[in-house]
Design a protein around this ligand. Structure first.
Ligand code: 6PG
Length: 229
């Protein structure tokens, strides 16, 4: 088993198995949160990795009326741009289940990074603590839109991001301070392209993903291709 500082890990044969296990964990966390507090506050990950898990979730039964959806980051693109994380999440999950629209909280990144971060800061503050935060990891060890070599502010919950190395350059991201205020963080990491960053994390490099993982109760679900095992 791969040991990643700050995270428990579970290794699966394939990305499809990661998606299935992730969907099961999300539903279990939802049941527990709804039973305890009557609501499930979930932060969605962007990128492509989580789409398989989102599509599986959309085929399952859940108390969707009690789900409240937030985003870990967003790209500063127009509302209907296919490259937006909110558009990806809508296509894979949110447009397919009966979560009340008023309970889906997209980051208003079309307003520009600074204005959107300021607006979402209040929304996140009012939502905390989250029940589950979903995150991916980039090939450089970034997570959400927290990139290596970029200073990560310790005080705000949400920050504007400029000069992001992964297009688009302007983004909005929750900070470790926000992401770790969750009962659990679930990292989904699949594909051989992520192996190098995992090895750097394992070797102790202070990557953004390592910093976030260490700040919370983190489980990383990996497939063999990413783990290199
Ligand atoms: C984004 C994501 C980003 C993503 C990683 C992994 O806006 O790009 O929030 O953090 O999770 O880059 O992306 P893939 O899942 O597509 O490899």
């Amino acid at each position: 088993m791969m040991t990643l500082r700050g995270a428990k890990t579970r290794l699966f044969e394939t990305a499809d198995e990661v998606a299935a296990a992730a969907a099961d964990l999300i539903l279990a966390q939802a049941d527990a949160a709804i039973a305890a507090r009557g609501a499930f506050r979930l932060v969605l990950a962007g990128g492509s990795t989580p789409t398989a898990a989102y599509r599986l979730l959309a085929t399952r039964d859940a108390r969707w009326d009690a789900w409240h959806i937030y985003f870990g980051d967003e790209r500063c693109l127009s509302l209907d741009d296919a490259e937006r994380n909110s558009v990806m999440a809508a296509g894979a999950l949110l447009a397919r289940v009966a979560i009340p629209p008023a309970q889906v909280h997209p980051i208003p990144a079309e307003q520009g990074a600074a204005a959107a971060a300021a607006a979402y800061e209040t929304r996140v503050r009012d939502a905390l603590p989250f029940d589950l935060v979903l995150l991916g990891m980039g090939e450089d060890g970034h997570t959400a839109s927290l990139f290596p070599g970029h200073a990560i502010a310790s005080d705000p919950l949400v920050v504007p991001v400029h000069d992001a190395p992964k297009p688009p350059s302007d983004r909005v991201s929750l900070t470790p301070k926000a992401l770790c205020q969750s009962a659990q963080i679930l990292l989904l990491i699949t594909g051989a392209g992520k192996h190098d960053a995992l090895e750097r994390w394992r070797a102790g490099e202070p990557l953004p993903v390592a910093r976030v993982a260490a700040a919370g109760n983190t489980l990383a679900m990996l497939d063999r291709a990413a783990a290199g095992r």
